[in-house]
Design a protein around this ligand. Sequence first.
Ligand code: PGA
Length: 252
Amino acid sequence: MRKKIIAGNWKMNKNFEEAMALTSEIVNMLKDEYKGSAETVLIPPFVYINAVSRMLEGNISSGAQNCSNHASGAYTGEISGDMLKTIGAKYVIIGHSERRQYFAEHNDWLAKKINAALLSKLFPIYCVGETLQERENNIHFDVLNSQISEGLFHLSNEQMKNVVIAYEPVWAIGTGKTASTEQAQEVHAFIRNLVKEKFGSDISENLTIQYGGSVKPDNAVELFSAPDIDGALVGGAALQSRTFVDIVKAMK
Ligand code: PGA
């Protein structure tokens, strides 16, 4: 059975007290209100991961927003996969469009981060997605093809089993513009097929592909009804317990 995952990426938001309050609200609400099978993942800034992880119960995990491509050493300001693993993180986002855009992270660099994450036994959530211009120029499938092949195709089948992909069209992130369910489903099916051609149908059928980009409680039900959408990577709506829990509840 393909795993469903709803993850909340807090980005660079919340002070410590707010982060603790948000975590305890989400944990309590899910305990009372959620009977579905999706895994919930809280992805706070690095400095809160340890404290957040200690508060989690049930089918809720934590993750990090980024990690170094090195295992250890003289890399001032960097955080390694092992550090994250040993403070409780299970997942790590690799290649979020904000990292690609503002920190010049490219596919070859991200491929190394995927390796580092897997070596530390973290599950990478590898983000891909086209810009508005790329979609308007009708080159979005080429862009996605390069992001996926350059970022992931060096992996073995055993490694690929531990990777989650998130399709996040850049034009839908934080803009209030969601891809229509048809647009998202079309891309998700394309991604699953790419993975199938490279790794075989066992891996592609079990691959979790999340959608991200202005997911809200009122569009989540429809998005999750598509056959190849296996969850969401949520930004803005993950900063408020009620809206985030309602998105989780949309996944039966
Ligand atoms: P958004 O962000 O939900 O605020 O659009 C999604 C993301 O960046 O993962």
